[in-house]
Design a protein around this ligand. Structure first.
Ligand SMILES: [Zn+2]
Length: 65
C-alpha cells in the first residue's frame, strides 16, 4: 500500500537543519519561528536571492498538474 501523500523532507534555509513537510513544522520551510524571523530580517537588510532550491522545485513539480 502506497501512501498518497509522501512526507517531504527539507532543510531549514536558515540553519540547514532537516525538517519534515508536516504540521509538526508549522514554520516550514523553517525549523522554528526563530529561524523564520532570522531569515526575514536577512531579507530586509540585504536583498538576497534564493537561486535554485531543488527541494522546493521538487515539491511543486510533483504536486502540480
Ligand atoms: Zn532553522
Amino acid at each position: 500500500m502506497i501512501m498518497k501523500n509522501e512526507i517531504v523532507e527539507s532543510n531549514c534555509p536558515n540553519c540547514n537543519i532537516g525538517i519534515k513537510w508536516t504540521n509538526d513544522y508549522p514554520e516550514r520551510p523553517f525549523c522554528s519561528v526563530r529561524c523564520k524571523n532570522n531569515d526575514f530580517i536577512g531579507w530586509a537588510n540585504e536583498e538576497k536571492t534564493i537561486a535554485g532550491n531543488p527541494s522546493y522545485e521538487d515539491i511543486f513539480s510533483e504536486d502540480g498538474a
